[in-house]
Each structure stands twice: as structure tokens, then as C-alpha cells.
Ligand binder design. Structure first.
Ligand code: KG4
Ligand code: ZN
Length: 356
């Protein structure tokens, strides 16, 4: 056990709470970053009929669920509140009201139990998910975060995170969600396109692959969405119905192609031999298959989180929390939710960037 691991061990078992968007989640991790419990209460059914997340409804549902989800996590871990040594909570980015519920609950618990509390960025959490169940994955690697709100490429190393590229418009998950809406597949779009595409041919309809010029490895997905819109405009509803799976497969392929191309370009540019792809879109079955095949051919070590750690969860917040606590970071009873929170600036991470 090295010094960092020992330092993290002082704060385990750790409880984490995540309420940044539409999942109420609680998890408990041990000192090896192994999940003793990872409970997620999805609000999908609540928001489905509105075609997207309704912030006020999300906050109310978090209030109703947070205590229950936490109790369930402790029960599954076989622990009581008194066994906990620290609490981590998502402080941002996310929906203001939703974040506030988790943060207030975590602050109250930390205060009552007299144990350290740390607020972490949701993105730090997604990044940390790459190492859950995979502690020996290299720390010097490229990380692609592809989620509903972010598509960002980083070079992670002992010096912190260096931004290598980001989307200049829509995030990859947003492209999936908007495409699904246009295709009449509903919400949440990513998993529905993934499922429909499994019955379609990726080469039946070809959609454009964007290239953004410049030194950064940036992404753009808004043109793809427009291309789908124009394509559908010229089709009858019965033709769309008949070709829906092929359209989903072609649309998905365009997103996957771009993510794969930029991720491997970043690996070459950063001169590393390890790639982690995290965030909700990393659950995509086609993306996982394509990345795995390419990584094998190129001899790149690839980390794809288990499906439970791809979309929003609290285990990743606990993992990020253990690291943040070991670095000396703490939240206080005065800490506030930060809806547009940037990745934290630490001596190791001098490169601030704005989320979005
Ligand atoms: O990480 P996440 O749960 O929440 C954010 O931080 O945004 O990511 C949610 C995004 C949504 O846009 C959702 O459609 C997408 O991840 N997603 C998928 C899949 N599962 C979730 N996209 C493609 N294929 C999937 N299987
Ligand atoms: Zn997320």
C-alpha cells in the first residue's frame, strides 16, 4: 500500500450522494475503491412524458428519495451510519435545485456524524469511474468524457488534467437524445438508439462526420442533428417507420466514428498507451465494441467502466471523494451548490476550464 492509498484508507468506508440531475444515487466504497453498495433510483418514468428532465420535478423527487436510497446503500453494505468515516457529495455541475437536495442532506449527515465532508465535481466523478474495479489502470492516460452535458478530452497525468478538446456545440449524449426525439424513439435517447441500431445496418444511411479545424481535438455534433432533420423531412412517416432501425444505426455510427477518431488521435498526440472512455455514452454497445477492437489492434490499454458506473451513479462520486479527501479538500456547512462548477484547480491541476 503506498502513501496515497493509505491516506484514502483513512476515509473509508465512505458514503457518497449524487443528485445532480435525474438520478438519486447513494453508494458506499471501501478503502480499495470497491463498491460495497451502489444504489440508483431513476426518475426516468417521471420525466418520460415531458420528453426530457423537468428540473422542479427532479428536485422534488430527490427530496422524496434521498433518505431511502441512502438507507438502502448502508443496508446493502452491511453498515450503519456510525461506521462511516467520510461523506462525498456532488457539488456541481448540474441542476441548482437538484444539487441542493443532495448537498443539504450530505452536510446535515456530516455535521451530525462529525465526519469529514467533501464536495466533488460530477466530472471528477465520471473520470474516477475508470479506476473503480480497475485500480491498476495507468494514471497517465487520455480520458474521454462523453455524457449528456459534456464531450471533453483530457490528458490525465501526475500533473493533473490537460484539456485536449471539447465539443463546440452539442454533447455526444445530447446528439443521441435529440436524434432519438427526431426518430420518434422518445427519452432517454441514447439507450433507445442503441437498442434500435442493433436491428439496423450502420451503412444503410450515411450521415456526416464533423471535423473541427484547429490545434485542439474538438467535436461538433449540431450539424449531424440537422442532417437527420433534413433527411427525415423528405421521408413519409411510413418510410421512417420502416427504416427507423437503419436510420438509428447510421446516426449512431456517425457519433461513434467521431468519438473513436478523436479519442485515438488524442492518445497519439499525448504519447500515452492508455485510454479511458467514461460518462453515459460509454454505455453504448457499438462504441464499446468499436473501441475494444481498435484498442486491441493498436495495443492500447482501454478502460470502459462497468455499465453501472457509466451513467450517473454515486460510486464514482465516492471514488473521486476519497482522492479529494486524501489531497486535503473539505466542504463545510457553508458550502454551496455550484451549478456551473469547473473541475477543481489544485496545484496538480492548474488548467481550469469552463464546463458546458
Ligand atoms: O453521464 P450521464 O448519465 O449524465 C450526464 O452527466 O449527462 O449521461 C447521460 C447521457 C444521455 O444523453 C444518454 O442518452 C446517454 O448518456 N446514454 C447513452 C447510452 N446510455 C446513456 N448514449 C448512447 N448509448 C447508450 N447506451
Ligand atoms: Zn453524468
Amino acid at each position: 500500500m503506498n502513501g496515497h492509498q493509505r491516506a484514502r484508507g483513512c476515509f473509508a468506508p465512505i458514503l457518497a450522494i449524487e443528485t445532480s440531475c435525474d438520478e438519486t444515487a447513494a453508494a458506499v466504497l471501501d478503502e480499495h475503491e470497491r463498491a460495497l453498495a451502489n444504489i440508483i433510483s431513476s426518475q426516468q418514468a417521471l420525466h418520460e412524458r415531458f420528453g426530457g428532465v423537468v428540473p422542479e420535478l427532479a428536485s422534488r423527487a430527490h427530496i422524496q428519495n434521498v433518505e431511502h436510497v441512502t438507507a438502502q446503500a448502508l443496508k446493502e453494505a452491511g453498515l450503519s451510519f456510525c461506521d462511516l468515516r467520510a461523506i462525498a457529495v456532488t457539488q456541481g455541475p448540474g441542476l441548482a435545485g437538484a444539487l441542493l437536495v443532495g448537498l443539504s442532506y450530505a452536510k446535515a449527515l456530516g455535521y451530525a456524524l462529525e465526519i469529514p465532508l467533501v464536495g466533488v465535481s460530477h466530472l471528477e466523478g465520471h473520470i474516477a469511474s475508470a479506476w473503480i474495479d480497475r485500480p491498476s489502470f495507468p494514471r497517465d492516460c487520455v480520458v474521454l468524457i462523453a455524457s449528456g452535458g459534456h464531450t471533453h478530452l483530457f490528458h490525465a497525468s501526475a500533473d493533473g488534467l490537460r484539456l485536449m478538446g471539447r465539443t463546440i456545440d452539442d454533447a455526444a449524449g445530447e446528439a443521441f437524445d435529440k436524434g432519438a426525439q427526431l426518430l420518434g424513439l422518445g427519452y432517454p435517447g441514447g439507450p433507445r438508439i442503441d437498442k434500435a441500431a442493433q436491428c439496423g445496418r450502420p451503412d444503410a444511411v450515411r450521415f456526416p462526420r464533423s471535423r473541427v479545424r484547429g490545434p485542439q481535438l474538438n467535436f461538433s455534433f449540431s450539424g449531424l442533428k440537422t442532417a437527420l432533420l433534413y433527411h427525415l423531412r423528405d421521408m413519409s412517416s411510413s418510410a421512417i417507420e420502416a427504416q427507423r432501425n437503419d436510420l438509428a444505426a447510421g446516426y449512431q455510427e456517425a457519433i461513434v466514428d467521431v468519438l473513436e477518431r478523436q479519442a485515438f488521435a488524442a492518445v497519439r498526440q499525448a504519447k500515452v498507451s492508455a485510454l479511458a472512455v467514461v460518462g453515459g455514452v460509454s454505455a453504448n454497445s457499438r462504441l464499446r465494441a468499436r473501441l475494444t477492437a481498435r484498442a486491441t489492434i493498436e495495443g492500447i490499454e482501454l478502460a470502459l467502466p462497468s455499465l453501472a458506473y457509466c451513467t450517473d451513479n454515486a460510486a464514482m462520486i465516492a471514488a473521486a471523494g476519497l482522492r479529494a479527501l486524501a489531497e486535503g479538500r473539505r466542504a463545510s456547512i457553508e458550502s454551496e451548490a455550484i451549478p456551473n462548477m469547473a473541475l477543481p484547480i489544485t496545484p496538480q491541476n492548474p488548467h481550469e476550464y469552463l464546463p458546458g
